[in-house]
Design a protein around this ligand. Structure first.
Ligand code: GLN
Length: 257
């Protein structure tokens, strides 16, 4: 008779913000990627959905995710997110790893002026502002390749808003193919500590295992100490998906190189 399975050595607590509202273009796939890369390493990942009106103490979590949404969805959750903002900012300043995508990314800045000129308040984790140029403007749509500190990153963008970083705000990456934050200055996304904001759907993490592992390692070391290491995994499938997305983006007419 076999005994109970040994308790996993490491456990991580993931807060998924507004999963039913802010989940456009399959951003939920980011949770699946984190769960898979924990599971195969014997790390227990506990996912908690945080919806409008739910209590949320970011200090009780090791990772936060938030997906994208159209202007209407952003308006639906903005007031609740603003109420949660001060605690989120404090946790990010304490090194909390986070990944926020597109509409979620925009609301982790100061504000988003939507396609009707309405102002949706953000939580100022990132020093940035987003402005939609109006309903007649083209949307920024297509496959993207970035150069980032973690290597090339691929994904898919579909946003009307144009994001402008404050003077000291670090971008997530530089655009090689695609529009990025505003189709003008070559920046994409934003970083503050271990928090990453980006326009890249795809979803992002299944095609970019280095980013998935960067978030996981930051969470593990923040909770269990700096000497934690992540054993490498066979990334053949992820790298094949990465190369495929990169090839599609390379066919885009627009891009820096
Ligand atoms: N509604 C925002 C925009 O159009 C974000 C869209 C999204 O999350 N894909 O810019």
């Amino acid at each position: 008779m076999t005994g109970p399975a040994p308790a996993p050595r490491y456990q991580l607590r993931l807060a998924h913000l507004y999963p039913d509202v802010m989940n456009i273009y399959g951003d939920r796939g980011n949770v699946l990627a984190l769960r898979y890369r924990c599971q195969v390493r014997g790390i227990e990942l506990k996912v908690t959905d945080v919806n409008v009106g739910d209590p949320f103490d970011p200090a009780a979590f090791d990772l936060v995710l938030m997906g994208g949404g159209q202007d209407r969805e952003q308006r639906r959750i903005a007031e609740d997110l603003v109420a949660k903002g001060p605690a989120i900012r404090a946790a990010v300043d304490d090194g909390l790893p986070a990944l926020v995508v597109c509409g979620g990314f925009q609301l982790w800045g100061h504000r988003y002026v939507d396609h009707e000129g309405g102002v949706i308040p953000g939580i100022s984790v990132f020093d940035l502002e987003t402005r939609h140029p109006g309903p007649r403007a083209d949307r920024c749509i297509g496959d993207v390749v970035l150069s980032t500190g973690a290597g090339d990153v691929v994904g898919f963008e579909n946003h009307g808003g144009r994001t402008y970083l404050g003077p000291g705000q670090e971008p997530f990456g530089r655009v090689r193919r695609g529009f990025g934050n505003n189709a003008e200055d070559g920046t994409e996304g934003a970083r503050r500590g271990n928090a990453i904001g980006t326009y890249l759907h795809g979803s992002l993490l299944p095609k970019n295992p280095a980013i998935t592992d960067e978030l996981l390692l930051a969470a593990l070391r923040r909770r269990y100490g700096a000497d934690v290491e992540l054993p490498p995994l066979d990334d053949a499938a992820e790298q094949a998906a990465h190369r495929s997305a990169e090839a599609i983006a390379a066919r885009r007419s627009r891009g820096a190189d």
